[in-house]
Ligand binder design. Structure first.
Ligand SMILES: Nc1nc2c(c(=O)[nH]1)N[C@H]1C(S)=C(S)[C@@H](COP(=O)(O)OP(=O)(O)OC[C@H]3O[C@@H](n4cnc5c(=O)[nH]c(N)nc54)[C@H](O)[C@@H]3O)O[C@H]1N2
Ligand SMILES: Nc1nc2c(c(=O)[nH]1)N[C@H]1C(S)=C(S)[C@@H](COP(=O)(O)OP(=O)(O)OC[C@H]3O[C@@H](n4cnc5c(=O)[nH]c(N)nc54)[C@H](O)[C@@H]3O)O[C@H]1N2
Ligand code: SF4
Ligand SMILES: [Mo]
Length: 713
């Protein structure tokens, strides 16, 4: 009998495995690496293999997160049916029940408290079609001014700085293909080796070709190891450091006078201001040795081509916009933009961090990077949406400020799609309190995130394997994510969910689409003539050409690879330099006797953002399964903290408990905690809610904390 069974199984195994292949893109970072998931059915088991697919950006490479992304998408804890909280517990309900409940609550809240009592919180991990639709949903279906999204915590400083300086914001002014040929690169507050790992070969090639790399980071990271010079500055002092670099460039006369004359406004004022600064003071303030500031300034100024790339290290500050503008001042003074192998890049974070900031999820924005306060823009979009211009709401407030409005009682209901603000916003204890005051809270997610737990209704959504649509990667390249796997259970796509709610609210006529492509075709019209013009891009072209860099105003237009070759996007075609003071307008939290250390926060390679997805992956969690505090051994010893010991970390706002990781590679006055773990390890319990006055970015990268060994009470 056993023999027979064994024989049966052997023959079964020999049967050629049934194989399915799904084309898609990684759901995580802005590289948007193209991939294929191969599903083999072997007896009762399914085996998954992931293959990188060639494309102009990641060139077929994948990192550890992409290789394991399917583990969360296939995870048993995916929410597959709508859920409603009844007496504190979630129960499964039908879509009809969920939609009716949302309709009743939304209508009664707006009747009692007015249209703006409802709010929408969006995301840069959804497709362009969905981001566009969510903006339209807030303005047309809910008629509320309150919409913003998680990109506010991510790209807002760089975007505002680029808009103010160049008149437009596209993350990279050049394609990645130019990086290998540039002569000098400044990496300011970016850890791309861990955060966009498949980008690294571009920098390795640049190094092979002799490029000099300067990294600015208070820690040594996989990225700073690529650098020839590491400026290990004190957190939050990057604006001053940039002034130092510019001072060296001016003193050594390494400026491009012809370029400044033709293309730049404000140079004389900036030069005048810089002449009043003292390099020694800057060295002291930043903690970067004077010789290194001089070396970096001379190197950047002297080379004939150069690029500056910034990321959240310098941007997630209460002077993030100013800090970026100051680095742009360096580019402009040296004429290193708008020509081959020279330019700027804000390394975009989320998968659709670029596209999702262009088409109307921002509080003050309409599609195509239009302004909701500009009469012409309003009329143009109102016309496309089939509503009256005067019916469109005006601008609302930023992401964190929406929670302040919730806490104050002005916002009573929220529709949240694809974000986990209980973990990702500053002052997590406050966010939880504010969300607790909502009368009605709807969350659209794949999982029971820390935020979803607080919802009244959870709507289950599709993953990157199931949901087709376009994403715009860090280069500004619009690409089509082909996703064809069928949805599990009763899951629907984000765009379908938006349309169905609009329909029960009586606005179905404005939200009638059969497929994502229909929404894209409307987005194309809505973006026409705007800064982020997608009107020449079609799904057919994306399939044929593999991706198109915007602006692309005509179907015959090839897309725009390098920006600003013929001047800037400002009225007079000139870029604007501006004076940036060493000390920010909104003072950053200072260390004190009570809170003597700077805390900065960020990422590790194997985990993604609030970890809701990556913590579900066994392979990724095995690499980093809990949070930690990176601390210099000398600092640790001063506070009696051993290596690998639980540590209580406290700020004025809260406390967390994480394990110590001694490391000589971090500054002695600074500690680092990653952002991916929840509950008592949620680092945002420590971070404050002060915002950059220009872009409303929180200061995630500087808080004052104290540390001590953790003792169970
Ligand atoms: N593995 C992984 N990859 C990701 C993500 C992820 O969660 N995990 N998230 C994605 C997203 S949404 C984003 S926005 C990007 C973020 O990408 P990055 O901005 O590169 O990542 P961070 O780790 O937040 O910060 C970058 C570096 O800034 C340094 N830093 C901290 N404070 C300062 C400072 O005051 N000045 C300077 N100069 N540097 C400072 C940190 O030490 C860190 O090494 O990554 C994307 N890719
Ligand atoms: N202290 C500190 N805080 C930070 C940062 C920092 O550096 N330091 N970085 C900030 C940055 S740059 C960012 S981008 C934010 C991001 O922070 P969040 O906006 O909270 O981002 P995620 O953790 O990606 O949360 C996404 C949620 O949506 C779900 N989800 C995933 N895909 C989909 C989808 O297609 N549709 C729907 N409906 N749901 C989906 C996931 O399961 C998850 O629960 O965090 C910010 N917070
Ligand atoms: S996380 Fe980023 S670099 Fe890694 S595979 Fe995904 S898209 Fe590519
Ligand atoms: Mo981000």
């Amino acid at each position: 009998m056993t023999e027979l069974l064994l024989k049966y199984f052997r023959t079964q195994q020999k049967v050629s495995p049934k194989e399915k292949r799904y084309d898609t893109q990684c759901p995580f970072c802005s590289m948007q690496c193209k991939m294929q998931l191969v599903e083999e059915s072997i007896v009762s088991r399914k085996k998954y293999t992931v293959i990188g697919r060639d494309n102009p950006t990641s060139e077929g490479r994948l990192c550890i997160k992409g290789l394991n992304a399917h583990q969360h998408a296939m995870h048993h804890s995916r929410i597959k049916y709508p859920l409603k909280k009844v007496n504190g517990k979630f129960v499964q309900i039908s879509w009809q029940e969920a939609l009716d409940c949302i309709k009743d609550n939304f209508i009664s809240i707006q009747k009692e408290y007015g249209k703006n009592a409802l709010s929408v919180y969006g995301s840069a991990s959804i497709t362009n079609e969905e981001a566009y639709l969510l903006g339209k949903f807030a303005r047309v279906a809910l008629e509320t001014k309150y919409i913003d999204y998680n990109g506010r915590l991510c790209m807002s400083a760089a975007a505002t700085a680029a808009n103010q300086t160049f008149g437009m914001d596209r993350g990279l002014t050049n394609s990645l293909a130019e990086i290998p040929y540039t002569r000098v690169i400044i990496l300011a507050g970016t850890n791309l080796a861990e955060c966009q790992p498949t980008i690294i070969p571009y920098f390795e090639k640049a190094k092979e070709n002799g490029a000099y790399i300067i990294a600015i980071d208070p820690r040594e990271t996989a990225t700073t190891k690529l650098a020839d010079l590491h400026l290990k500055g004190r957190p939050g002092t990057d604006a001053a450091l940039a002034n130092g670099l510019l001072k060296v460039i001016l003193e050594e006369n390494l400026i491009d006078e012809a370029f400044i004359e033709k293309q730049v406004n404000g140079f004389a004022e900036v030069k005048e201001y810089i002449s009043t600064l003292d390099l020694k003071e800057i060295a002291e303030l930043t903690g970067v040795p004077l010789e290194d500031i001089q070396k970096a300034g001379v190197k950047f100024g002297k080379e004939e081509s150069g690029m500056i790339l910034t990321a959240r290290g310098i941007e997630q500050q209460t002077d993030g916009t100013a800090a970026v503008r100051n680095f742009l001042n360096i580019l402009l003074a040296t004429g290193k933009i708008g020509k081959p192998y020279s330019g700027y890049g804000a390394i975009t974070g989320q998968g659709n961090g670029q596209g999702a900031r262009e088409h109307g999820q921002k509080a003050d924005q309409l599609p195509g990077y239009r302004s909701i306060e500009n009469e012409e823009h309003r009329s143009f979009i109102a016309n496309i949406w089939g509503v009256e211009e005067k019916e469109l709401p005006r601008k609302g407030v930023s992401a964190f400020e929406m929670f302040e409005k919730t806490d104050e009682g002005e916002i009573k209901g929220m529709f949240l799609m694809c974000s986990n603000p209980v973990m990702s916003n500053p002052d997590a204890n406050f966010i939880k309190r504010a969300l607790g005051k909502l009368k009605f809270f709807v969350v659209v997610d794949m999982f029971m995130s820390e935020t979803a737990k607080m919802a009244d209704i959870i709507l289950p959504t599709s993953s990157y394997l199931e949901d087709e649509g376009t994403m715009t990667n860090l280069e500004g390249r619009v690409i089509l994510r082909e996703a064809s796997k069928s949805c599990p259970g009763n899951v629907k796509h984000d765009w379908q969910i938006i349309c169905e709610i609009a329909d029960v609210l009586g606005k179905g006529a404005h939200f009638s689409y059969e497929k994502a492509e229909d929404i894209f075709n409307e987005l194309r019209k809505a973006s026409k003539g705007g800064i982020a013009d997608y009107s020449g891009i079609t799904y057919d072209r994306l399939r044929r050409e593999g991706g198109i860099l915007w602006p692309c105003p005509e179907e015959g237009h090839p897309g725009t690879v390098r920006l600003f070759e013929e001047g800037f996007a400002t009225e007079d075609g000139k870029a604007k330099m501006t004076i940036v003071k060493n000390k920010p307008v909104v003072p950053k939290e200072k260390v004190s006797i009570e809170y003597p250390l700077y805390l900065t926060t960020g990422r590790v390679m194997s985990q993604y953002l609030t970890g809701v997805q990556t913590r579900k992956s066994a392979s990724l969690s095995a690499r980093n399964f809990e949070s930690y505090i990176e601390i210099h051994p000398k600092t640790a010893q001063a506070y009696n903290i051993l290596d690998n010991q639980l540590v209580k970390v406290e700020s004025k706002r809260g406390q967390i408990v994480v394990r110590s990781k001694w490391s000589e590679s971090i500054r002695q006055d600074t500690v680092f905690v990653p952002i991916h773990w929840s509950g008592s390890q949620n680092v945002n319990k420590l971070v404050g809610g002060e915002l950059d006055p220009s872009c409303r970015m929180p200061g995630f990268k500087v808080s004052a904390v104290k540390v001590q060994p953790f003792k169970a009470e």
